[in-house]
Design a protein. Structure first.
Length: 157
């Protein structure tokens, strides 16, 4: 789980000390129609606003848009760019809180993740629970496509 990332944590104490820290932003990723179609195939959600470019042109967004859950799933792509770990025995995705979709994400948009350490607390078993808020920013837009508080349980050597 050691990756090149913005912030590297190597202990429970380091995670606890990072509360309130801005983790910066990731590289931009283009949202392609192929990614949307692949997600539609994986989830069975083939609604026309996602997968029918011709019909979507005359729809409410003027183009195909990403599924909300596709935009949310990008948190998993962005998180390892924002944080990494050394001396980690085990890390577990514990879930998410406060998921919101403030703006539609149109096909062809460029997206990046911006992170902030919202909270951290010790958990049983000498671990730490870390909450990182990820905002999926849309290049040139006033509002993000998704804001999610990711929850991880981390256990260090």
């Amino acid at each position: 789980m050691i990756m090149n990332a913005g912030q590297c944590f190597d202990s429970v104490e380091a995670v606890l000390a990072a509360v309130g820290q801005d983790l910066g932003s990731t590289a931009w990723v283009e949202l392609t129609q192929q990614r949307i179609n692949t997600f539609a195939d994986a989830t069975g959600d083939h609604q026309w606003i996602h997968v029918d470019p011709e019909r979507a042109k005359s729809g409410p967004f003027g183009a195909c848009v990403a599924h909300g859950y596709l935009t949310l799933s990008l948190a998993n792509l962005f998180l390892p760019e924002l944080v990494s770990y050394q001396r980690l025995k085990m890390g577990v995705n514990y879930g998410c809180d406060k998921v919101r979709f403030p703006a539609p994400v149109k096909v062809g948009s460029r997206l990046r993740g911006r992170g902030q350490v919202v909270a951290a607390e010790r958990v049983k078993g000498e671990g730490v629970q870390l909450i990182v808020r990820i905002s999926v920013e849309i290049e040139g837009a006033d509002k993000p496509g998704c804001v999610v508080d990711t929850i991880s349980r981390l256990y260090f050597e």
